[in-house]
Design a protein around this ligand. Structure first.
Ligand code: C2E
Ligand code: MG
Ligand code: MG
Length: 561
């Protein structure tokens, strides 16, 4: 993505400051084919023009002896001005000793009057512009060592330069992020991680180089691209998707893209990329989307999410996060029998009222905070089991949800064992629900963790079974203790035959594996009857009860007694 300037093909602006019109004309006629030339009659006028220029001037050709403000004063004013400091100046002079003085003042070069060889003058102007544009560039650490793309610092510097002469072109800020990059590093080693970054940088350079983009390796697994405005990024994303399998032999790579289209040129470039990054973050964990375009609503949602993130500790401390319990009933007897419960988190927000887990679980899964939340829920549940045990003299087993992120926590098992110990319960009392999609992330790790937990006596319930792509595959590699049928099959059972047969199939598979099966989301008697006939063992759903706080849950226990 190096050839931004060349592909833009815009003429640079050059300012000639000379009080003699004949000099201005001669020089102007030499330069006007290659540059966009403007004229000033003295130093003051030249200075004012530079200050107001949009796009900026790339070079000043300066006569030294002029009325109002001479060339010497002009140069020192220029060098003292923060915006104009870097504009190169070529001094035009007929006096030999002024050369030294002007060069000492910081002029980049000089041309002797009268002008004779136009090619030489042009070549000098070209060289000085090139040098000066290169100089600001080289002054910041230019390239990222790993990927060969620009460093972030230089990238912004380059954008400011481009914007100097490119303000009228519509441009987009684009951010790329690799999903779960830290896991790629952890699982396959840094070398594989680096390889993925290098290869992705190559793909981006190839694709965006064609639409006059420049790119940077911002940090870890994030890339920025600044390019001409695109009406849609779908085809670009398609090309990137096609290239992903080749990025690494081992790891499966998923890339997300956030776009802030048609950037607001009055704002800072850093802000454009903050917006693009926001867009990119919004689809983290959403496996159905890979391109996200920045919008106001998205921005508001991000602020809302940020607020929730900041509030989680306080919410735990104030006990605004409450664990609800939903009963699971065994239905194969004469009448339903309370078997266990599922712990489900609720956030009673002091300002917003009850926030459903759908609003914050995916968010916390995306930034790792879910671990904190889950640890809290597990402890609450373990404590609750203990309290009921004491009060009613019997155990109500409680299932807790184990997020896919928890699977990678090396302390997972020891944390759970500690809870068992602290609350003096057994591994059979605290059941673990693991969502089926965790298998798609990394089958090997999941299988290892599940084996180990089962070895300690924990029971594993496979949540949302049938929702993923590898449900059957999973059953051949992982031993589990309970299957929970994904709710959507139960919901659709009556209106579509496929769902109904799917439910039947899952129940048969569970029978074949000799594990109980739970139907979730059962809302009415008709569903219950169908499921009972098919041989489903356990039911969880609004038909029996919504998830309720523990004080309300006791009524189900007391009914049983
Ligand atoms: P899940 O583990 O599959 O939980 C079942 C969800 O189905 C719960 O939604 C429950 O309220 C809902 N549900 C139960 N019966 C019915 C019914 O008859 N009809 C309908 N329409 N819905 C029913 P909830 O509580 O909103 O939780 C949603 C998801 O959030 C859970 O799905 C689980 O994946 C996650 N979640 C909830 N609490 C926790 C937690 O403490 N930790 C983690 N990691 N995830 C949690
Ligand atoms: Mg669950
Ligand atoms: Mg479920």
């Amino acid at each position: 993505m190096e050839h931004f300037r060349e592909t833009r093909g815009k003429k640079r602006r050059v300012l000639i400051a000379d009080d003699e019109s004949i000099n201005r004309e001669v020089l102007g006629s030499i330069l006007k084919d290659r540059y966009e030339v403007s004229y000033a009659e003295d130093g003051q006028e030249a200075f004012n023009m530079l200050k107001e220029a949009k796009p900026v001037f790339s070079l000043v050709l300066l006569d030294l002896l002029m009325p109002r403000m001479d060339g010497f004063e002009f140069i020192s004013r220029l060098r003292a001005d923060n915006d104009l400091r870097m504009v190169p100046v070529i001094v035009m002079t007929s006096e030999a000793d002024a050369e030294v003085k002007s060069i000492n003042l910081g002029a980049a070069d000089f041309i002797i009057k009268p002008y004779d060889m136009p090619e030489v003058i042009l070549a000098r102007c070209d060289r000085i512009i090139e040098l000066s544009e290169g100089k600001t560039i080289i002054s910041s650490a230019e390239k990222d060592h790993l990927t060969g793309l620009y460093s972030r610092e230089f990238f912004y510097e380059y954008i400011r330069q481009i914007e100097g002469y490119n303000r009228d072109t519509l441009m987009d800020a684009v951010v790329f992020n690799i999903d779960h990059f830290h896991l790629i590093n952890e699982m396959y080693g840094r070398k594989t991680g680096d390889e993925v970054l290098i290869n992705l940088a190559g793909v981006l350079t190839d694709i965006f180089g064609r639409i006059a983009g420049i790119g940077c390796h911002s940090d870890a697994d994030t890339f920025y691209v600044y390019c001409q405005h695109q009406f849609s990024y779908d085809s670009i994303m398609d090309k990137i998707q096609e290239s992903l399998p080749a990025l690494s032999e081992k790891a499966r790579i998923r890339v997300r893209m956030g776009v802030y289209p048609n950037v607001d040129k009055e704002a800072e470039a850093e802000l454009w990329f903050d917006y693009a990054k926001t867009a990119c973050d919004m689809i983290r964990g959403d496996y159905t989307r890979s391109v996200s375009v920045y919008s106001k609503e998205q921005h508001d949602r991000m602020l809302y999410h940020e607020k929730l993130i900041n509030e989680i500790d306080e919410a735990i401390a104030n006990r605004d996060l409450i664990v609800y319990y939903q009963p699971k009933y065994r239905i194969q007897g004469e009448k339903p029998v309370l078997k266990s419960a599922e712990a489900l988190i609720r956030w009673k927000h002091p300002e917003r009222g009850i926030i459903s887990p759908g609003d914050f679980i995916p968010l916390f899964e995306s930034n790792g905070l879910i671990q904190k939340l889950d640890n809290y829920v597990w402890e609450e549940a373990a404590h609750q089991i203990r309290k009921w045990k004491e009060k009613y003299g019997r155990t109500i087993p409680v299932s807790v949800n184990v997020s896919r992120i928890d699977i990678y926590d090396p302390a997972l098992e020891s944390k759970l064992l500690k809870l068992i110990d602290t609350y003096d319960i057994t591994t059979e009392d605290l059941l673990l629900e693991i969502t089926e999609s965790a298998y798609a992330d990394n089958a090997d790790t999941l299988s290892r963790v599940v084996d180990s937990l089962r070895g300690r006596g924990f029971k594993i319930e496979m949540d949302d079974f049938g929702s993923g792509y590898s449900s059957l595959n999973m059953l051949t590699t992982i031993t589990i203790d309970v299957i929970k049928i994904d709710m959507k099959f139960i919901r659709n059972m009556r209106k579509d035959d496929k769902s109904l047969r799917m439910v039947k199939l899952i129940i048969d598979i569970a029978g074949f594996l000799n594990v109980p099966v739970v139907a979730e989301g059962v809302e009415d008697e008709v569903q219950l009857t169908i499921l009972k006939k098919m041989g489903c063992d356990l039911i969880q759903g609004f038909y029996f009860s919504r998830p309720v706080p523990p004080e309300e849950f006791v009524k189900f226990i007391e009914q049983e007694l």
